[in-house]
Design a protein around this ligand. Sequence first.
Ligand SMILES: Cc1ncc(COP(=O)(O)O)c(C=O)c1O
Length: 388
Amino acid sequence: MSSFESVDHAFLRKRSALKWGRWDDDVIALSVADIDFPPPQGIKDALLKVIEEDRTPYGMHAGDPDVLEVVCEKLNRINRIQASFDDVHMIPGTMFSIFISCYHALKPGDEAIICPAPIYPPFIQNIINAGATPVFSPVKYDNNCALDLDLLRSQINPRTKMIMICNPHNPCGRVLTQKELETVAELAIENDLLIFSDELYEDMVFKGKHISIASLSPEMMERTITSFGFSKAYGIPGYRIAYLVHRGKRMKILKEQIHDIIVHTDTLAQAAAKAALTQSGNWLPSLRKHINEMHGYALNRLRDMKGVWCSIPEATPFLFPNLVVYGLSSNEMTDYLLHEARIAVQSGSTFGPPGEGHIRINVGTSKAVIKEALDRMEKALKKLKINK
Ligand SMILES: Cc1ncc(COP(=O)(O)O)c(C=O)c1O
């Protein structure tokens, strides 16, 4: 029996303050994007080794050479991004790449297009924090969350400085196609735009193939700040570790800016990252298999609930069902499910206006937890009237 098949609530509440620990004991937590499983043993062993070796002095700014070596090898082999040490910077979490890209590239009066929207909320807030305006380019929900490329084209204007993509996509779980990426790349080149590409969920793809937009051409490598991380598929968000990839004159400035903010990324976290890439054995295929099965189970259950529809995810641990027939806003539905069903889900509207009407459910847990949550949800929805 794999360790993905059962989780213990007491263990979850103790280890996960944000996802589980903040709720009453009877609440099932499916909102925060953590998985409910301890990380691969190889990561734990690597951390203990760094402590034993007293590796407490400052490290190199962009990252420890042994870690960069492994990361570059992975970028070349898996992402087809021909990266060398100069092109990579270890950072404290993918979140930091969203911040530094907006901080670096945007100023008041600029616009950044978020495509696909809805989107992980810090994209929106970091654009606003830089004094710029977020422009939402909503997915086509009626076409399995495909990009609306004509809309994207029409949204570009002289104020546009950056297109921000998220591939695979949180919250809809879609993997962008080569054709979509090529069109986004063409638009960026035609209009001299920077691309920010969040590829944190690259290791959680079940259908389709993840392609990095920076791998399309050397020109796109110079136009794209790509971010990869370890928080999701390896279950180590608490260690705050990720890396960004970029080539060209901006990289020198980015490196200086990152140095001036953090000096460098935690040595322990970097060791965890290296171990994730080299010492995690069969972890990723087993996790993907489990999450894929959980998606299948949860999708079937949601389809049996009257009026609920949900696009089929190709990646990520998320489902993003639409419950608009019940006549409640996303926030109201989220509150209702918390109080009536004692399940915590994420309101779709936190992902920007295109997420309204939806809720996000994280299935990165055991089947027993998901079954109990969906039983409760089904019962609670039956008490609501459906708007015809
Ligand atoms: C799309 C996306 N980017 C970034 C993050 C933050 O990741 P990290 O823990 O690596 O900072 C998340 C977390 O949920 C996310 O969903």
